[in-house]
Design a protein around this ligand. Sequence first.
Ligand code: G6P
Length: 579
Amino acid sequence: MCGIVGIITDSEISIKNDLLKSLKRLEYRGYDSVGYADVQGNMEKDVGEISKFLDTIKDSKTSCAISHTRWATHGGVTKINSHPHWDCKKNIFTVHNGIIENYQELKKELSGKGHVFITETDSEVISHFFEEELKSKSMVEAIKNFIKRIEGTYAILLIEKDKNRIYAIKKDSPLVLGLAKDRFYLASDIYAFSDTTNKAIFFEDGEFAIIDPNKYTFYDSKGKELKKGIYEFTWAISQEESVQDYPHYMIKEIHEQPISTQRLINSLDGEQHDKITKIANLVKNSKRVVFTAAGSSYYASLLGIYFLNRVGVNAHTLIASEFHNFMLVDKDTLFIAISQSGETMDVVAATKWARERGAKIVSLVNVPHSTLQRMSDISLEIHAGPEICVAATKTFTNQVVALLYLSFLLGFSVNMQTIPKKIDYVIRENEDSIKKMANELYEKKDIYIIGRGLSYPPSREMALKLKEISYIHAEGMMGGELKHGTIALIEPGTPVIALIPGKDFDMYSNAKEVEARGARVITIANMMDSDFKIDVTINDGKFAILSVIIGQLLTYYIARKKGLPIDKPRNLAKSVTVK
Ligand code: G6P
């Protein structure tokens, strides 16, 4: 899985300044290893991030090359397992995003015919499959056979040594052709080339294309030529992409939240008002609303159902990868998918599944023109601006703001206008004491976070942040559920963060129960003696946003104290594009 980029031109491009620069924009899809191959047969690959790779390789010029940034699935994070992969004669180079599910069977079959495999990956079979097919068939016939034989998901770019041409094949994993003035791009998404051109053609499942320097031809899975429309997109390049004076993107993005929430509120009051009103009407007229999402976006959806339930909407949510196992949808269901990237495979798959069953599809995305947005009947943009750190911070907050606004239109009582100011105040008031708390907590092995109702989803989101960025085992849980098992793990000194919105006495009692057993209780509440103070007196949902922001800062300062790679934590990708 991963990000892929290919470029073909009738002049010359630079591997470093064109190909890898473009690939770097897809690093959110994985950064375990990187590699490229060009049409002259040059090839380099290595473990680690693209910036490190750029420092170690020499630049060269070519007219046609493909590249890959990896998030490992099959086979460890090693140089040899990195893409591109090649055939026995080093004539065919391929990069792949997806999973070839029947690779073992194919590998056995091809080994029987004398092919030698040198990696542990599923993807390596692709080059050998084509090497075998091309002994007796044309490339178009070979691709048709490939589509027939392969089980799994794929966006593939293939080049042959000394032939100025890229072959591109797609099923389930995204793939798009970018049409620039002097070159064609093939990439996992338009972000790879949105600084160069706004013209693109999206591949649909089962399609493939042959790209020459001055011409492209699309085919369906049977090899029939297709006429495809060109999509012209608008993309505002934002200032926010640079880290400015901050040491990390994470802290910059946390501090941006007063501005990014204000931008979204303005847009929901302004140019997106009709859209969100339409969504509110759909909610009103549907028998049932079901959300799906993954990671932080899922915790935002939990808050969404909390708000909607308060105004009498029959709303549910389920993690995308399990959606088809535990949820029913039909034509009377309104399905709302939430995804920052709009590319998370689990979310895209659940959305496809719901659409096939007749549900109306709404999505909340941050990245415009993403796969999820293009699959939706209505798609709301959360306008958080580019989020570079792997951990979701400002995008989580804007997802919640959008859901609060939607609930407000349906009768939920909330003053949206004060959100940016409250965020600003919470950061200013608490940042210093959070730094001190980080010094106390950074060596802890476990942290528990408890919440109830409005503060339960924040407890989960905070725990996720602590795990992914601070590498501390953390559990976010319902305050009431603690006594049914987990309390056995509380020892003298175990940190328990209690999120106490308003006058929630049950929550207060849960905090006291662990304190009585020696826990180091840390409170986030609107109380004079709480460790971190949130200045909200009414339960209009803001507590959820503000408590999570305290959790974001705490996570950041713990990770900084530990010297961790904050913006690109180990093993993660910003968007996971395999199931
Ligand atoms: C990955 C990231 C998480 C993110 C999740 C969902 O797992 O590491 O931080 O919350 O994907 O991403 P999405 O783009 O769908 O919101």
